[in-house]
Design a protein around this ligand. Structure first.
Ligand code: FAD
Ligand code: SIN
Length: 532
């Protein structure tokens, strides 16, 4: 079905499966659910804009020996530092090859070697080559194929540039529900159409939250500017369980350019291809920190880089690829080659200045093995979900895999249950609109910058109790100011995003304060014996 342009009147729409988000999780779920009923996809940007399309390294899966499910499970659990749910990890990894086949069947291309076998890359924490990729633009290729497939499907309706403000629960019917109870139900979503300013009602039998991560909460991030934690914040406000938010993953190597947002990623696959990290004295430093050197898991590499930068006083370290075969480098990493070239760096001859950047949230909306959240009729998949797969540190290229497996599981499960649920016709129209036209965009942009400063300065790679308490105090003021603005203002996506970023920042800080240890991505000076 064609992509709709939305109209001006306040409307109620009904669908079987409401999908919020059009990254890999949302689109994959939509395709699978559309075999069973009517699907409606809502996305706040264009269909093609999401984090998924920026994915470079690829998607991890056990494709052939000498790799095995057991080895992939073991690597994942080792990276997760004791907090992975082994049952979930084994399930995701075992189902991975079927989901890869689905992606291939809808037209996704993955690179092959001259022998005709899939060319498998290696990234941090993996003990085998197991990362399927399409050059260094894997996400773009996956999204291309998925978008084509959903556009061609007659049962899928797509609404672009529609901002989901809240999920609808009993709260909106004036009924009280207690926090973390099992009785909360999701009836759909209130959706702001920025074109008309209307907030429309979408009623569903079941809903999937697939809104991605939280990168914009930090000053420097590899995530595009739409990644503002909306789904996680909405579920938290609706009293669903959110967990493990302290585990924010910083990618060790983004291209150093303080003026560029988002920060351009230099894929870990480049280190898997032989790239080596060096400090300002050109010394290879990673072996000092971990026997696995430049291919140690991300938490270790990001902390080591952070430490080297503190020791040297420099703003970056280097990734050295000068020793790698030039033709192979250009052939396998054309996107990175082009990008660095445009920044004046020839990666075949010069080292690449790199710096860690906020990249991925391991926690989020708690789900079970079917992708069910703690709110009835609400599923979650992709980066906004906390499934038990990643524990305290996600292994590279495991997130596209997890998103595909859980999108499919959630679709299969919701297909079995959706007919048990009726559209809730008691849902009232959105009635809490403010009246003040908020022309002072500067207040919103300035507050966002302040949140980002707080998070980067006090809740980054290395934390302490003092820094976290300081962050909480400062955030509290921004929270109060923003809530006041929210109540009186006519809503805009930017104001809602600011509110959501503050919500997820609060969750990260609170959960970091509550974790009285250093573990994986949460590293606190108060609970560590090491020097960095
Ligand atoms: P997204 O792809 O982020 O999609 C979220 C969707 O939700 C978007 O369509 C957005 O518009 C929509 N949305 C959000 N809020 C709202 C709202 N309020 N209303 C309506 N719509 C909304 N992982 C790997 O496994 N391998 C890799 O190689 C890899 N490389 C990466 C490279 C980069 C630069 C980055 C940033 C991440 C990378 N990751 C990689 C992580 C991975 O890409 C993401 O975790 C994954 O793509 C998330 O998919 P998703 O479907 O959950 O969310
Ligand atoms: C990368 O290509 O380095 C990113 C991979 C990931 O985040 O999983």
């Amino acid at each position: 079905m064609a992509v709709n342009s939305w109209q001006l009147t306040k409307t109620i729409k009904k669908t079987d499966f409401l999908v919020i988000g059009s990254g890999i999780a949302g689109l994959y779920y939509a395709l699978k659910a559309a075999d069973f009923g009517k699907v409606t996809i809502l996305t706040k940007a264009s269909l093609l804009e999401n984090t998924t399309r920026y994915a470079q390294g690829g998607i991890a899966a056990v494709v052939r020996s000498p790799d095995s499910v057991e080895k992939h499970v073991e690597d994942t659990i080792l990276c997760g530092k004791g907090l992975c749910d082994e049952k979930i990890v084994r399930m995701v990894i075992s189902e991975g090859p079927k989901r890869i086949n689905d992606l291939i069947n809808i037209g996704t291309r993955f690179d092959k070697s001259p022998s005709g076998d899939y060319d498998l890359g290696r990234e941090g924490g993996h003990s085998e080559n197991r990362v399927l990729h399409y050059k260094d633009s894997t996400g773009q290729e996956i999204i291309r194929a998925l978008v084509q497939a959903v556009k061609d499907h007659p049962e899928i309706e797509i609404f672009e540039k529609q901002f989901v403000v809240e999920i609808i629960t009993q709260h909106h019917l004036g009924k009280k529900v207690k926090k973390n109870t099992t009785g909360i139900e999701c009836y759909g979503a209130y959706v702001l159409d920025p074109g008309s300013g209307q907030i429309n009602t979408f009623l569903s039998r079941v809903t999937l939250m697939a809104t991605g991560g939280i990168g914009v909460a930090y000053q420097t991030t590899t995530n595009p500017d739409i990644v503002t934690g909306d789904g996680i914040a909405m579920v938290y406000r609706a009293k669903g369980v959110v967990e493990n938010m302290e585990f924010v993953q910083f990618h060790p190597t983004s291209l150093y350019d303080p003026l560029e947002t988002p920060s351009f990623l230099i894929t870990e696959a480049l280190r898997g291809f032989g790239g080596v990290l060096r400090n300002s004295k050109e010394q290879e430093f990673m072996k000092k920190y971990d026997d696995r050197g430049s291919l140690a898991p991300r938490d270790v590499v990001a902390r080591a880089i952070d430490n080297e930068m503190k020791l040297s006083g420099e703003d970056y370290v280097y990734l050295d690829c000068r020793h790698i075969d030039k033709a192979a480098l250009k052939r396998n990493f054309p996107n990175i080659y082009r990008k660095c070239r445009s920044a004046g760096i020839d990666i075949t001859k010069e080292m690449i200045p790199v710096v860690p950047a906020a990249h991925y949230i391991c926690g989020g909306i708690k789900t079970d093995e079917h992708g069910r959240s703690t709110i009835n009729r609400l599923y979650a998949a992709g980066e906004c979900a906390s499934t038990g797969m990643h524990g305290a540190n996600r292994m590279a290229s495991n997130s596209l895999l997890e998103a595909a497996v859980f999108a499919n599981r959630a679709a299969q499960h919701s297909a079995k249950t959706f007919q048990n649920y009726k559209h809730c016709l008691e849902v009232p129209p959105w009635d809490t609109e403010g009246t003040v036209l908020n022309e002072e965009m500067v207040l919103i942009t300035q507050s966002l910058k302040e949140v980002q400063g707080i998070m980067s300065n006090y809740v980054g790679i290395v934390r302490s109790n003092l820094r976290l308490e300081r962050a909480l105090k400062r955030l509290n003021l921004l929270y109060q100011e923003t809530e006041e603005l929210y109540i009186k203002s006519i809503l805009t996506p930017k104001l809602c995003e600011l509110r959501n970023v503050i919500n997820v920042a609060y969750l990260i800080i609170k959960m970091a304060i509550n974790r009285k240890e250093s573990r994986g991505l949460h590293y606190s000076l108060d609970y560590s014996e090491g020097s960095f």
